[in-house]
Ligand binder design. Sequence first.
Ligand code: GH3
Ligand code: MG
Ligand code: MG
Length: 295
Amino acid sequence: MESKVANLSIVSNKSLEAAKAANLQHYDISSALQTSLDFKEIIAIFCEKIQPMITHSGFIYTNPLFDLEYKKGIEARHACLYSLTIEDQALGELKLTRQQRFNENELQLLETLLCCLVYPLKNATLYQQAINMAHTDPLTKIQNRTAFNDSILREYNLAKRNRQHLSLIFIDIDYFKSINDQYGHECGDFALSSVAKWIKASIRDCDMIFRYGGEEFVVLLSDTPLDKATLIAERIRQTIEKNTLAYAMQTLQLTASLGVSTLLGNDTVQNLINRADNAMYQAKQQGRNRVQISE
Ligand code: GH3
Ligand code: MG
Ligand code: MG
């Protein structure tokens, strides 16, 4: 007959109380972390909750997948660094620093607390990936109209609050229908993704480019006055004009018409958009391959 051996350990009331307290802390952290799907919020909650348990002076979280960096406090001599992953999904790196060494108990505690962090981070990753997909144009890989609607509203509110400039460039490829008609739709698609790349190469890292629709693009320039926006538009126009598209055995040239507007005192978001769009149509009427500034 098989004998069953139960593993029993004798614990004092004191250690039971400690275990209970630790469970409550874990429960409290887990519940708090589940209140958000935003990386920065999740990390800020974790940072705040662990501070009383594992004293540290510097807290750094980085996630290269989403170009994220969260820094709090000041970096110090001793550090513990964790690369967070779950089911082959990279979730970023977390580093705690302070002047004194972290002891074994603290590291053990931190490791159990990190278990509360990984699933919320995984959920944030899935959520962010879904948002990115919904905001990306599959052909050109730049942001789409939905992303533009969100971004312009955010930048408009920021510009109003901080009394900053905000400018917009509408770009429409000239006679694009004839590219499809002459060389086929596939060549048209290739031209669209090439133009997106050329525009991206002509703007600064802080400027935002979107595919507004069909063969129309829009560039959103925060903290940029009209004269600077006009120079950028002219640079985009020249880049498109001077590049040659090589498709199969053919080479073809493209041009675009551009309209520029800047935020005025009592503008709504729609006014700002309409003025750039109207200016672009004026550029078409005046012969295409030119930049028109809105009135
Ligand atoms: P204009 O100089 O007045 O802007 O003339 P246009 O030919 O560029 O403008 P029009 O609006 O007449 O034609 C736009 C064309 O863009 C028609 C449409 O088939 C094409 N188009 C829109 N989206 C796509 C796309 O995703 N791929 C391809 N290949 N063509 C597209
Ligand atoms: Mg068009
Ligand atoms: Mg066009």
